[in-house]
Design a protein around this ligand. Structure first.
Ligand SMILES: [Zn+2]
Length: 138
């Protein structure tokens, strides 16, 4: 482990969890590190939910890290369809549709994440949004 994360600063974000919002209970553990920025995936031992160290996580409650989800969505323009992306990534088509819907509900966070964390360009982000918006209409 290359740096220590103060786990007492984190609390469970699952509203249904008995330890929701309580810091320093010892229920938060590091599950794994992921991505180029070595983000930490945390796990609450009380309710077994996982979430990213970044607060206000976009896809909170899903067991897939935000970055993995957003990278998957970013492949849709390249693959040309949700079906093609599902084939390429191994994720279920319905799962990807659900992620698109969730992304559509968090416009600003999603755009910021692409810019800041994944360092995508505007054109690339616009392409992804065109798919998200298409979903919203149907
Ligand atoms: Zn919990």
């Amino acid at each position: 482990m290359d740096f220590e994360l103060d786990l007492s600063e984190f609390c469970c974000l699952n509203e249904d969890c008995p330890d929701h919002g309580k810091k320093g209970k010892g229920n938060i553990r590091i599950k794994e590190r992921y991505g180029p920025k070595n983000r930490v995936l945390l796990r609450c031992n009380t309710c077994t939910r996982c979430f990213s160290e970044t607060r206000g996580t976009i896809f909170f409650g899903l067991n897939t890290p935000d970055e993995e989800i957003l990278r998957t969505l970013a492949m849709i323009p390249e693959k040309g369809s949700i079906r093609g992306t599902a084939r390429a990534t191994g994720y279920d088509k319905d799962t990807i549709c659900r992620w698109l819907d969730l992304a559509g509900a968090h416009c600003k966070e999603v755009t910021d994440y692409y810019f800041q964390e994944l360092e995508f360009g505007q054109v690339q982000i616009d392409e992804i949004w065109s798919y998200i918006k298409k979903r919203k209409k149907t």
